[in-house]
Design a protein around this ligand. Sequence first.
Ligand SMILES: CSC[C@H]1O[C@H](OP(=O)(O)O)[C@H](O)[C@@H]1O
Length: 348
Amino acid sequence: MTTLAPLPYSVHWDDTHITLLNQQALPSITEFIELHSVDDVYDSILSLKVRGAPAIGLTAAFGVALGAKQETTAELGEFKKNVTRHIEKLASSRPTAVNLFWALRRMENTLQAAQSISTAKEALVSEAKAIFAEDEEMCRKIGEHGLSLFKRGDSILTHCNAGGIATARYGTALAPFHLAKERDIPLKVYACETRPVLQGARLTAWELMQAGVDVTLISDNMAAHTIHQKRINGIIVGADRIAANGDTANKIGTLGLAILAKHFGIPFYVAAPSSTFDLSIESGTSIPIEERNEAEITFIQGVRIAPENVKTFNPAFDVTPNHLITSIITENGIITPDFFKNIPHFVN
Ligand SMILES: CSC[C@H]1O[C@H](OP(=O)(O)O)[C@H](O)[C@@H]1O
């Protein structure tokens, strides 16, 4: 098995608390914070101190385990009710990334299967650790499959941050680049800054430079010109929720890049683990799109950049229709159209 260059971890279970890389402080400050309660976990997800679909699910799972460990009741029924309340609280943090609900459902199932409080507490910690380990392995495999789509010297454009800090490790859309670096395969990455929260500028540029990957930062409005001038060979992005027909919700701005890919005749890849698929919905029209605080648009790092009381619209995601997607890279292989028919063969 190939071992990748050491990457920063986003979340770590420390038995009495959770240690989190504060992604809101990057790139200027590399800060690890301790979460000591379910409320701390909820706040860290809502405020994007931890973000990225898989990382949100992992952190919520550890949050449930932490909340369970802190329960003092001796009555199993009351214990289960209290922990279910923790699960419901964490489920209300952000609506779009299905990985959150996938992880919480596994924790609820583990909770309900427990026959005693002590075994429940142990089982919940074990389940959260298992979810973490599975995500790490899924992302490594996504890197392997994704890398098979690129050739030496390719220039690939990406959006937002679907990297190691958005997952247990390695990332999804960025996993192929970490693997390519490990194998001395020269690839160039063009990272869109990704307004308004700037995950591309603050996180992807930081993560890839840390790993020694050739990365060039552009502003979002430079994408079309860059694709043309720099002869971009393809686009790869992560995902927050993929419907049964392959329609994909991802960071706002992704749809525009998919349209550009079609216009310029280059492939548009989505990279995501099985935990990002929501087969309960037929198409992207059913994916809830999170709308976030207006301050994310009217301020940059505390500096006002728009008039007071200006009207704003701040959707955190958009949905790319399946016909604009060349293929979906999963840990089980590369899914090609017809997605509705093919997805069930790759997603357990
Ligand atoms: C592997 S991360 C997937 C996905 O999550 C990010 O959203 P956010 O930063 O708001 O949590 C972005 O859409 C990534 O592509």
